[in-house]
Design a protein around this ligand. Structure first.
Ligand code: ATP
Ligand code: MG
Length: 557
């Protein structure tokens, strides 16, 4: 852990901020103030978790503060439902914004005034090119853009802009453009549009506005209005930074924030854009935003991910200036790390077959005392019962010995975890040749792990007392996509949906103990993996989700 913290502390964002607040730095003596600005048009995903850990995490590290701001300047696709979900997810991760919760739409009036200020300074003008004309006049690397309305008188622009606001012109008829540099090698600086007419009702301001600011104009103003010192964002905004700075430098904003970019998180075998995730939900490829196969935070939570595992993952992948794709198995690795420490161990049989201990007295029942978690003595012990019949996994028995197979086959001995050593004597099959009962004899001398004569027993299998169990449904999940990079190049991610990403087992046998489970509860089903109670589970119909198997597929490169 110490090593990881050091690693994180050494990242370039940390270094920039350290410089900025040091003596002689541009924010000497100021409190570090960051923000996380999601657009409320979908649920947060693990990529957002990285940004959240960077934004809130940096503030925490410098004893600063971080605002939560809904970036709702674009009215087309926002929804109140998402706002609550976003708050829930961030709080779940363990970050706090106290009373610093804002909507960018609260600043529409101020943004309008800053736009007017630019016009008055001769730094913005109303343009009447259609979007197509504007595109055709953008120029290229050797030719400057052409903008015929650029030199219209300030008074005229002021008048037209006001009338744009008052709804006198139809959508798309006019825009307000910043007057910067038609020749710039950075196309974002070639007199970018900063306001457009768009008659769409806004989820908070309703029909008050029919003009809306563009992201590149709005975002620096939002940051400055809130007194943000460091505006941390993803790499695709690097080319927009000159415009960000231009807006800050040319308006009378109350603060001068600094934008710093870092790489987006991508994870293989999944997609990470809200648009694509929404499509999966709307076209019913998954069962909602919180489907445990989704990389959304609510999906991961339902899958059994803990906030600690996700924060640890974000910490360990670090921040860099180069976009890269992280192995899904690394995320799983971080979950295993956490659950190995925390999860209570229980025995559950997923594909049951009956094991009958033929020399065990009929009607007798014994209790064994087992540890709840070998990694946490304080989690105590519980009792499990044992009787003449129990359930074991069907694949823990084979009729004929195969090389390397150490479990049950006629003549072989295995240990029933925490109970006895048993020796397999045979099986019974139904008319289709399917094994329906396995027979064995137990050795009373081997109770509770005792091996009196020091004999070698190689296999240990889990079991559940057939006299004392609960039925459970268990849902096994696999990657949602068969292709590691389902949305690169001109691939259509929908062509790579994994048809077996969800397998439902209806007849699982669990220790009675899990009957009392409540969400969130993580278990290790011994020998099988980590599982958690699903939110749709009821005492009559217990449902568990496999969070991750025990086998660690992550290899350090
Ligand atoms: P999407 O493409 O999924 O819709 P977005 O960037 O449009 O993502 P926003 O709601 O605007 O989503 O994002 C809020 C913040 O989260 C932004 O600062 C953005 O840079 C950051 N963010 C989004 N996706 C990722 C990612 N994959 N990795 C790191 N940060 C991300
Ligand atoms: Mg966005």
């Amino acid at each position: 852990m110490a090593e990881e913290l050091e690693l994180a502390a050494g990242n370039f964002i940390y270094d920039f901020i350290t410089e900025d607040i040091a003596q002689g730095g541009k924010y000497e003596g100021k409190k570090v103030h960051t923000r996380f600005p999601p657009e409320p048009n979908g649920y947060l995903h693990i990529g957002h978790a990285k940004a959240i850990c960077v934004d809130f995490g940096m503030a925490e590290r410098f004893n600063g503060i971080c605002n939560l701001r809904m970036d709702d300047t674009n009215p087309t696709k926002e929804d109140v439902e998402y706002v609550d979900a976003i708050k829930e997810d961030i709080a779940w991760l363990g970050f706090h914004w106290d009373d610093r919760f804002y909507f960018a739409s609260e600043y529409f009036e101020q943004m309008y005034e800053y736009a007017v200020e630019l016009i008055k300074k001769g730094l913005a003008y109303v343009c009447e090119l259609t979007p197509e004309e504007m595109k055709a006049n953008r120029g290229d690397l050797t030719h400057p853009a052409v903008s015929p309305y650029r030199d219209r008188p300030i008074e005229e622009s002021l008048d037209l802009f006001e009338r744009m606001k008052n709804g006198e012109f139809e959508d798309g008829k006019m825009t307000l453009r910043a007057k910067i540099d038609l020749n710039s090698g950075n196309f974002n600086m070639r007199d970018p549009v900063i306001y457009r007419i768009n008659r769409i009702s806004h989820h908070r301001t309703g029909d008050t506005w029919c003009i809306y600011p563009m992201y590149d104009f709005a975002h620096p103003l939002e940051d400055a209005i809130e007194g943000i010192t460091h505006s941390l964002c993803t790499l695709e905004f690097e080319d927009h930074r000159p415009l960000y700075d231009w807006v800050i430098n040319n308006t009378s904003v109350p603060a001068i924030p600094r934008q710093i970019e870092f790489a987006r998180l991508g994870i293989n075998n999944t997609v990470m854009s809200k648009r694509k995730l929404r499509q999966l939900v709307e076209d019913k490829y998954v069962n909602g935003w919180d489907d445990p196969r989704m990389p959304t935070l609510c999906g991961l939570r339902r899958r059994g991910y803990t906030p600690e595992s996700i924060r640890n993952f974000c910490e360990r992948i670090g921040v860099s200036k180069v976009n890269s794709v992280v192995e899904y198995s690394f995320l799983e690795h971080c979950l295993r790390d956490d659950l190995n420490e925390k999860a209570q161990r229980v025995m559950v049989v997923l594909n049951p077959v009956k094991l009958i201990i033929t020399n065990y007295p009929e009607g007798m029942t014994e209790e064994f005392d087992v540890e709840n978690n070998p990694n946490r003595e304080e989690d105590g012990h519980r009792k499990i019962t044992f009787s003449r019949e129990c359930y074991i996994e069907a694949d823990d028995f084979i009729e004929e010995k195969v090389k390397g197979y150490n479990r049950l086959y006629p003549g072989n001995e295995v240990r029933l975890k925490s109970a006895y050593i048993v020796k397999c004597t045979g099986c019974k099959k139904d008319e289709n040749g399917k094994v329906i009962e396995v027979y064995a004899e137990y050795d009373p001398e081997t109770r509770g792990g005792n091996t009196p004569d020091g004999r070698k027993v190689r296999g240990t299998i889990h079991w559940v007392d057939a006299e004392n169990y609960v039925n459970a449904e268990v849902r096994l999940y696999d990657n949602l996509f068969t292709d590691p990079e389902p949305d690169t190049g001109d691939k259509n991610f929908l062509d790579y949906i994994n048809p077996t990403s969800l397998v439902i087992l209806k007849d699982c046998k669990a220790e009675k103990f899990v009957e009392s489970a409540k969400v969130p509860s993580n278990y290790q089903f011994m020998r099988l993996g980590y599982f958690c109670l699903d939110k749709d589970s009821t005492p009559e119909n217990l449902i568990f989700n496999r969070s991750v198997s025990l086998k660690d597929g992550f290899k350090k490169k």
